[in-house]
Each structure stands twice: as C-alpha cells, then as structure tokens.
Design a protein around this ligand. Structure first.
Ligand SMILES: Cc1cc2nc3c(=O)[nH]c(=O)nc-3n(C[C@H](O)[C@H](O)[C@H](O)COP(=O)(O)OP(=O)(O)OC[C@H]3O[C@@H](n4cnc5c(N)ncnc54)[C@H](O)[C@@H]3O)c2cc1C
Length: 342
C-alpha cells in the first residue's frame, strides 16, 4: 500500500551499478546534457574496486602510472560530481520494465521508483552482497559496529577489532589493521588459513610477536552490546565451549556473493551470463537499454576498466537522440565545451 503511494522520480538516464564504469557513465552522459540517477546494491560507490581491492594499486589506468583502487573511485566520483547525479545506494534494482509512454520504469529493493528515458546497465558481475554470519540481532549492529567492507582503515584506529574468516580479505585486513587498531583478533574455524602463503606467513609472524591474536579453531557464536554499539563477540569451538572477546568492531569476511539475479529476468539477450550488446553503441537486444563494463559482452571484449570507460562514451552518444529527440548532436571535445563549474 505504502509502495503504491511512492511518487516516481524522473530522469534522463538510469545507471544500474556505481562501479568505476557506472561512475564514468555519469560524466559521459553529463557532458551530453543528460542527467543520471545511479543505483547500487552496495552502500558505497566503487563496485569491485571498493568491495574487493580498495588498497591495491592499479597500473593500467591511462594517465596514472599507479593509482590505488579506492583513490580511482574517489577521482571518478569527483569527475561525476558537477553533473549532480542522484545516488540510490544500498538498493538493488529488482525490476525494469518499459513504460507505455516511452522510457523505462525501475524499482529497487527499497521501493524507490525511477522513470528514465534510457537505461545503462553497468552491473559488473551482478549485485554484490556480503555473506552474513547467522548471528541473532546482527542487523542492529550493521553499519555501526559490524562492517562487511572497510572503507577507511583510519576509522578503526584505536579500536578493538574482531576479524572473522580465513581468506585473503581477513588476513590482509588483519595485517593492515595491526598497525592502527588497539587490538586485532582473528577468528577462524580452522587452524589453517586460505590466504596467499606470504600473507599467511606475515599474519603468523605478527601473531608470534603479539600484535595479532589468533582465535582458532573458533567460530562466531553471538554478539553483545546495545543500540548498535558492540561490547563483545562471543565465539565457540567445535566442542561448544564459548569465549568472550571484548570488542568495538566486528569485520566478518566470508566473501561477497555476486548475483546477476533480477537482470537475468529482464528479457535481454544474454551471452554466458553477460548482456550481449552491439559493440558500436553498447545497446542490448532491447532498444533503449544499454550495457557497459564487465557485464557487457561482444566479440573481443576485454574486461578492463579502460574498456568500460570507452563503452560509457559510446553508450552516452547512442542515448543522446533518445533523450533529446530531433536535436542534432554535434561532436565536441571536452576541451571545447569544458565542464560545469570549471
Ligand atoms: C582483485 C582484482 C584486481 C583487478 N585489477 C584490475 C586492473 O589492474 N585493471 C583493470 O582494468 N581491471 C582490474 N580488475 C577488474 C575491474 O575491477 C573490473 O573490470 C571493473 O570493476 C568493472 O567495473 P564495472 O563498473 O563494470 O563493474 P563492477 O566494478 O563490478 O561494479 C558493478 C556494480 O553494480 C552493482 N550492481 C549489480 N547489479 C545491480 C542491481 N541489480 N542493482 C543495483 N546494483 C547492482 C554491484 O553491486 C557493483 O557495485 C580487477 C578486479 C579484481 C577483482
């Protein structure tokens, strides 16, 4: 009933996915006077760069001999900013359907409805979602004391941090946070870690030096605290014996699930779980719906950020006549037209 009352918002272009390629599509659309709404299942922009490797240097972004993934995302968001995109973060686009009057209606998991003249799907490998540990009441702590991604290491300075998991993320973050956190405890249900051998060796060396506490083989059992503020994490071993770890923050790193999910139901021609597009325009099998970045498939496709950037430009130019019907697009360089506010 409440959902039926939500007023749809209108925009020129709806961009599904705020990964590096979706962010650059905001800029490309903006340069052609097309306003964008951007959706992402994650709470923050950046897609794989932020979810999987924020602190890793990337070496093949033109003009940057080396740039950390998180820094690239920051730059892309800054480049998109003059075009005032509207972000709908923490929301999965669950439905996409044509409007009878033209354009498309998108609906999100939070009930937001947006009507757009054209749609760009920059959904990477699908909507990211954390694999949540089944702990009673965990939702109440999420975003305040329980985090599935670390955006800024410094936010955890001086905190007592429990990291759960045995893979690369758990081990890499334990090593990194040992430099700033008051206490780092790593809970893993096995004695062996699955991370890269050099990282595991570093973790064990830090543990031997007393900088990291390995709580193994234990698994998460419960949380203590109130009003979203954690006071302790309860862990249990295979015999069911429990232990209380006084903590301010829990970082469960059990991987991210990636789910093409609803996109597969939108009637678009697919090619091995990717959206088949025409390489010159990035248009899908449905006129008005475009796909760019990792999710787009065409012969010779390279899944690289730089290919996604070029695809964003192609799609924006192909969309222009849909948003500005009857207007002739005169090709101009950015050096000729500049950007708002500069
Ligand atoms: C460890 C690692 C290192 C890499 N190194 C490099 C490198 O050096 N150079 C390089 O060029 N590339 C590199 N890549 C690949 C690069 O990260 C990807 O090519 C790039 O992220 C693709 O960008 P994208 O915007 O298309 O998709 P993504 O980054 O995957 O972003 C897609 C976003 O769409 C969202 N989404 C999906 N479906 C929905 C939905 N229905 N509703 C709402 N949101 C949705 C997802 O949550 C996600 O945030 C690397 C990848 C990894 C994992």
């Amino acid at each position: 009933m409440l959902r039926a009352m939500i007023e749809p918002q209108r925009t020129d272009v709806a961009i599904i996915g705020a990964g590096p390629v979706g962010l650059f599509a905001v800029f490309e659309c903006g340069m052609l006077k097309m306003h964008a709404h951007v959706f992402d299942a994650l709470d923050l922009p950046g897609g794989q760069c932020m979810a999987l490797y924020p602190e890793k240097p990337i070496y093949d972004i033109p003009g940057y001999p080396e740039i950390e993934a998180a820094q690239l995302v920051e730059r892309l968001a800054e480049q998109a900013k003059p075009f005032a995109p509207v972000y709908h973060l923490g929301q999965t686009v669950t439905a996409l359907s044509p409007e009878t009057a033209g354009g498309f209606r998108l609906q999100t998991s939070s009930g937001t409805i947006v009507i757009a003249s054209a749609v760009i799907i920059a959904a990477g490998v699908g909507a990211f979602g954390p694999n949540r540990p089944p702990l009673e009441g965990i939702e109440g702590f999420e975003g305040r004391s329980v985090f599935y991604l670390v955006q800024r290491r410094d936010a955890l300075r001086g905190k007592r941090v429990v990291i759960a998991g045995g893979g690369d993320s758990a081990v890499d973050w334990a090593i990194s946070l040992a430099e700033v956190a008051a206490r780092v405890m790593v809970v893993h249900r096995r004695a062996k870690f699955r991370a890269a051998p050099e990282s595991t060796a570093r973790l064990e060396a830090l543990a031997a030096a007393g900088r990291i506490e390995l709580v193994i083989p234990y698994q998460l059992h419960g949380l203590e605290g109130a009003d979203g503020k954690l006071s302790a994490v309860i862990v249990a071993n295979l015999q069911g014996e429990t232990k209380r770890l006084a903590a301010d923050v829990l970082l469960p790193f059990f991987g991210l699930s990636m789910n093409l999910g609803p996109i597969a139901q939108w009637g678009l021609a697919l090619d091995h779980h990717h959206i088949a597009v025409a390489p010159a325009t990035c248009m899908s099998s449905v006129p008005g719906i475009f796909a760019i970045g990792d999710i787009a498939a065409y012969p010779g496709k390279l899944k690289l950020i730089l290919s996604g950037f070029a695809e964003a430009a192609l799609a924006a130019h192909a969309i222009y006549p849909l948003v500005h019907p009857g207007e002739v697009l005169h090709f101009e360089y950015s050096t000729m037209k500049g950007v708002p506010g500069r």
